[in-house]
Design a protein around this ligand. Structure first.
Ligand code: ADP
Length: 479
């Protein structure tokens, strides 16, 4: 059924895997599911579609591997993780190709994700050696209390398709270095990157059973998700995805009282105050809005721009879009790939049509590009207001709605009017305003004078219905 020979595109053919990975073995299944290239609509792989019994086997493998892995010295685990980091980087180009083919993001952006994704492996490998407890001595003169940090044991992670490598490494690197073992359920749309990571983990010497990957299509993922949540052996579940699915998983984890890390929906405001550096605002807007075709949970969703600078911001922003080249990301020079699937494109179309129907002005883009059904032009809409869907539903696509504003109080109120407290951004050169607004925004992350906020050192996560817990950073290790 496979119509593109992916192996021929890779330097290292064995990074292309269609089997699942349990207890260090590549597991075939009589049931399989197809993986599609969103840029060409070609089938690129036929991957093992596991069932709940396989998920049980993966949990058992993780449980069996636990004693030996957690009893290693942190330094020994760190050395193995470091080897994995080196191998991932050595294979950046092959990993980027696999990612572009299954996810659609342009090759250079995919290579950037590999580097970003490995930064978590390197950082947590270093951090493993610095996990410290404490001695407390305030209650009795002849006794001391000792706090020792221990691995939480078997962990599960369910990851989305928008960052097929980084969402996995960001979650599993701290767990592995702490001495936990893992079952990963990667997104059904992008299993190939995850499987290539497992192949490299095996080569790095990560012992059998420490990392297990259960691949499954959308229906089986739901069934497997139930098994993973219900298992008393699994102590922690980390999920990135929609708030709806996060709620389901949370409920399913209640009977076993699992510790949870949930990174859910976002609807980021991006505020341009009248004293902002407009060029910096435009480059921040480009980074934040159009990366990954607008398919990130921290993408700017609503641009609140002060009326005094609205015209100049919109003019420069529209001009900046001319550098974006939409197309199949495997080709040279492409800077924006397709949307992941037709349903995603339909949502963008719906949001744009709704805004235009309610009086917004089309500044740029506003339609599909002709090459393939999943491509949509980078789009700017002006004169948007809070009645329009695009200002409160997550678009997950390349649409930038501009909402004119005047006072700080008004914009803070509008910006905070969302259940999704994940990322927010604003630009200002007034130090008093910077402190005031940064503290007033009800978001887990606030980017000031930048459109990029995520790296391995900074805690990543939201408040309100955007989730629980933090990925990355020292806080990610505790998580
Ligand atoms: P997205 O819109 O990014 O696909 P979802 O929250 O729908 O976000 O899904 C994120 C990931 O979670 C997907 O890869 C999917 O396979 C998985 N998933 C969806 N629903 C469930 C479920 N009920 N149980 C377990 N996994 C699920």
């Amino acid at each position: 059924m496979q119509t593109v020979d992916i192996r021929s595109l890779l330097k290292d053919h064995s990074l292309f895997k269609e089997e699942a990975f349990i207890n260090g073995n590549w597991i075939q299944s009589k049931n399989t599911f197809l993986v599609n290239n969103p840029a060409t609509d070609e089938m690129i792989a036929n991957v093992a579609n596991l069932g709940t019994q396989d998920a049980e086997l993966a949990i058992t493998a993780a449980e069996k591997a636990l004693p030996a892995w957690r009893s290693k010295l942190a330094k020994e685990r760190a050395q193995i993780m470091r080897k994995w980091f080196d191998l991932i980087l050595e294979n950046t180009q092959d990993l980027a190709k696999l990612m572009t083919l299954e996810q659609g993001k342009p090759l250079a952006e995919a290579a950037g994700e590999v580097v970003y994704g490995t930064s978590f492996v390197e950082w947590f490998a270093e951090e493993a050696k610095r996990v410290e407890g404490s001695i407390l001595g305030i209650t009795w003169s002849d006794k001391r209390l000792m706090v020792v940090k221990q691995p939480i044991d078997v962990c599960v992670t369910i990851t989305p398709w928008n960052f097929p490598i980084a969402m996995i490494t960001r979650k599993i690197a701290p767990a592995l270095t702490a001495g936990c073992t893992i079952v990963i359920q990667p997104a059904e749309l992008t299993p190939l990157s995850a499987l290539a990571l497992a192949e490299l983990a095996k080569r790095a010497g990560i012992p059998d059973g420490v990392i297990n990957i259960v691949t499954a299509d959308a229906n089986q993922s739901i069934a497997i998700g139930k098994t993973l949540c219900a298992s008393p052996t699994v102590r922690h579940l980390s999920f990135t995805g929609s708030t709806e699915v996060g709620r389901i998983l949370m409920e399913q984890c209640t009977p076993t009282v699992k510790k949870l890390a949930l990174e859910l929906g976002g609807h980021a405001p991006f505020i341009v105050f009248e004293d902002a550096d407009i060029d910096a605002a435009v480059s921040g807007a480009m980074e934040s809005k159009f990366r990954n075709s607008g398919q990130t949970c921290v993408c700017a969703n609503r641009f609140y721009v002060h009326k005094k600078v609205q015209d100049v911001f919109v003019e420069k922003f529209a001009k900046a879009l001319s550098v974006i080249k939409v197309g199949d990301g495997i080709q040279t020079g492409i800077t924006q790939g397709p949307l992941i699937e037709t349903a995603a494109l339909k949502k963008v179309k719906k949001h744009v049509a709704d805004a235009l129907g309610k009086g917004a002005t089309l500044v740029s883009g506003g339609k599909r590009t002709v090459e393939c059904k999943n491509f949509y032009e980078p789009t700017i809409l002006a004169n948007v207001n809070s009645e329009m869907l695009i200002t409160y539903e997550e678009t997950f696509g390349p649409g930038a709605p501009i909402i004119p504003v005047e006072s700080d109080e008004e914009v803070i109120k509008l910006a905070n009017n969302s259940q999704f407290g994940l990322a927010s951004y604003f630009l200002s050169r007034d130090i008093g305003r910077v402190w005031k607004v940064a503290e007033a925004l009800e978001y887990g992350m606030v980017g000031v004078n930048t459109g990029l906020i995520s790296n391995e050192v900074a805690p990543f996560g939201g408040i309100k219905q955007a989730g629980l817990g933090r990925d990355g950073s020292v806080y990610g290790m505790d998580e």
